[in-house]
Design a protein around this ligand. Structure first.
Ligand code: 1HN
Length: 345
């Protein structure tokens, strides 16, 4: 048996030789590649509205939507700085559109959602149809659909964007196009998608264009009413309170093929039991206040704050007032690949 130092010298020399040909020994990295449990770089983080709002408004003085294309402050996870990621698989940002501004049309392979946080009367147009957005509304922009935004109203409008950028980047499947005109011509009057797909019915000749929902506006008043009715009629789930998932009404699948979207009501005084799942999740507090306990760490949140719970981290949700949380994660991707796990306790 050669001496230990001789073995390590021989190995190092071997690694040097094979390295020149772009070859490496697995046994040096196996245990970091295959771990007993998820080992995410994503960290718990809170972006408080009271901190973000002045910065978002300041960005409105520094650059126009025309110059920026999209005037957004990116929410970067502290464990993933410089990568434009809120979690390892999802991008999130706060977008501002001032009265009179237009964010020009474009389309890309990435799917997007908007969750309206502040201000009334801005619109988004998807494939020639506008929808006027209200606080709490959830808007879907499917992959490869033309979309632009505008604010004909009198106040600044701010929303959270979530996109599947890191997922599309992982797969190197991204395309992007600009039409060369500022905003798309409106080809349908407002409310067409909602009339066809928003009432548990479908047009008689409906043929799906994609896996993503043909309904692109999920108004908050409807989801809020549903949550209120659940709260009147059933006990809350011990971990989630009253929780619903947004679906594509034509398939029953997720509203967006790559991004799971949820809304939950935590009744006043709710003290959730411990829960974890493999989908790192971005939460936006639509109403109320409370906290999420993650082991030693406690994140106290208020209305309009955004926070992240990383993959497989045990956490408990608590509410001081009736609290509504919107959330987004990569759950549909994990489920499609038979990877998703959850555990209570
Ligand atoms: C995008 O298209 C929008 O359309 C917002 O509002 C944020 C971030 C990265 C790439 C594309 C939008 C985006 C984006």
């Amino acid at each position: 048996m050669p001496a230990v130092h001789q073995v390590s010298k021989d190995r190092r020399e071997f690694y040097r030789r094979i390295d020149k040909a772009h070859v490496a020994p697995l046994w040096e990295v196996l245990h970091t590649l295959v771990t007993p449990e998820p080992k995410t770089p994503c960290q718990p983080v809170l972006w408080q509205w009271k901190t973000m709002l002045p910065w978002v408004l300041e960005s409105g003085k520094l650059i126009s939507t025309k110059e920026a294309e999209r005037r957004v402050l990116v929410l970067e996870n502290p464990g993933l700085r410089g990568l434009s990621r809120a979690t390892h698989s999802l991008y999130a940002g706060l977008q501002l559109i001032l009265p009179g501004e237009i964010a020009p049309a474009h389309r890309h392979s990435q799917s997007a959602l908007r969750l309206i946080i502040a201000g009334e009367d801005a619109y988004t147009a998807v494939e020639g149809e506008r929808v006027t957005m209200h606080v709490g509304d959830f808007i879907v922009t499917p992959s490869w659909t033309w979309h632009d935004h505008g604010n004909p109203g009198a106040e600044p409008v701010i929303w959270m964007d979530v996109l599947d950028l890191p997922i599309v980047e992982l797969l190197d499947a991204q395309f992007m196009e600009r039409p060369g005109v500022e905003s798309q011509t409106t080809t349908r009057s407002e409310g067409q998608s909602y009339a066809r797909y928003g009432h548990t019915m479908l047009p008689i000749d409906f043929k799906p264009r994609s896996k993503t929902s043909p309904l692109f506006w999920y108004p908050y008043r409807r989801s809020r009413d549903s949550l209120a009715e659940l709260a009147r009629s059933e006990d809350p789930h011990p971990c989630h309170g009253h929780k619903l998932q947004f679906v594509n009404p034509a398939s029953g699948g997720p509203a967006i093929a790559t991004i799971g979207t949820f809304v939950q009501l935590l009744p006043k005084g709710f003290r959730g039991r411990s829960y974890r799942s493999t989908d790192s999740t971005i939460y936006c507090v639509v109403e109320g206040s409370g906290r999420v306990r993650l082991g030693e760490q406690t994140i106290a949140f208020e209305a309009k704050d955004i926070f992240v719970v990383p993959s497989w981290m045990k956490h408990q949700l608590e509410a001081d007032a009736d609290t509504v949380l919107f959330s987004a994660s990569d759950r549909p991707v994990q489920q499609a690949l038979d990877l998703w796990r959850e555990a209570e306790g």
